[in-house]
Design a protein around this ligand. Structure first.
Ligand code: PLP
Length: 301
């Protein structure tokens, strides 16, 4: 019996244990980071906001001229079958479009590549552990590594160009911090490895609009802020404004809303999770259970 306890993968119609899943070493996804992907959470047996994640994935496919030969219904069928087979009730579910390899040997023309889709799921991932998130994350603002400019690689197309984040994470970890935020070249904060950022000052919440992935959890956060009567602004967020905020928090499909206790030397809420961010965090987990956002998975299929 195949062991799916560590997760499952769907590759060319085959579902296999995650440890057995492979793609070719010459795939441009590997040699050129030429892949676009998306990640939808599964929570207590249902996809969360699946339609929103699929909308974003389809927009990414179009932006990067990926033709995977599968429509939305095909993708949904693959994801459902894979998660059902894994039997995971809480999962991190990745869908990937890879450039593939040129059908014509030695071609360097991306139009010759045979693009393909694959997917994989593993037990739910928290980008910041729940223990750290509950007390507030300690975040390094890495001014030596700027976020890749959006004119070079559009961050709204979710991608594997993580060289900037990885170097930033090394800097953060070396300095004893949990994770990292990267600035742009104009003195604004952008995002971090797997999350968007928000600054709350009084009743006003600001989150960067340009040069970042438009996270689905960011959308949840903005909706929850509006429900809570806060004024929401999507615009450039200067580093100085970030550091002067009353509270800062992160948003990610890998764990929801993460309060920030500290950025570099600057401590928020006496170095703990702020009250508004903590409330939003709790509210996000309630949202995960709301029927309007859920697409149930038929595990018996
Ligand atoms: N920004 C980046 C660079 C990300 O990789 C992610 C998610 O992985 C996010 C932001 C948050 O997006 P979402 O809320 O859709 O998970």
């Amino acid at each position: 019996m195949a062991d799916f306890s560590k997760g499952a993968a769907w590759i060319r119609g085959d579902i296999k244990p995650i440890e057995e899943a492979t793609i070719g070493v010459t795939d441009w996804a590997v040699t050129h980071s030429d892949a676009t992907y998306d990640v939808v959470p599964v929570w207590e047996g249902a996809f969360f906001r699946l339609g929103d994640y699929l909308d974003r994935f389809e927009a990414s496919l179009a932006a990067w001229r990926m033709e995977i030969g599968m429509n939305r219904a095909d993708i949904m069928e693959a994801l459902h079958a894979m998660v059902a087979r894994s039997d995971l009730r809480n999962a991190y579910v990745a869908m990937v479009a890879a450039r593939g390899v040129p059908a014509i040997p030695d071609s360097r023309d991306p139009r010759d590549c045979a693009n393909h889709f694959y997917a994989w799921c593993v037990p739910y991932i928290h980008v910041v552990t729940p223990e750290i998130a509950a007390n507030g994350a300690r975040v390094w603002l890495d001014e030596t590594h700027r976020r890749i400019p959006p004119e070079s690689v559009d961050p709204r197309v979710k991608n594997y160009h993580w060289g900037d984040f990885t170097q930033g994470l090394f800097a953060a970890k070396d300095a004893g911090f949990d994770t990292v935020l990267l600035p742009d070249g104009a003195g604004n904060v952008t995002e971090g490895p797997g999350f968007n950022v928000f600054a709350l000052t009084g009743e006003r919440v600001v989150t960067p609009e340009a040069g970042v992935l438009h996270g689905i959890t960011r959308r949840n956060a903005l909706e929850m802020c509006e429900e809570a009567g806060l004024q929401v602004e999507r615009r450039a967020l200067p580093l100085a404004e970030l550091l002067e905020a009353d509270e800062v928090f992160l948003s990610t499909s890998g764990g929801g809303i993460v309060p920030v206790a500290q950025i570099g030397e600057r401590r928020f809420s006496n170095g703990s999770a702020g009250p508004v961010a903590s409330q939003l965090r709790a509210r996000y987990f309630e949202r995960l259970a709301e029927p309007r956002f859920r697409t149930e998975i038929n595990y018996g299929a």
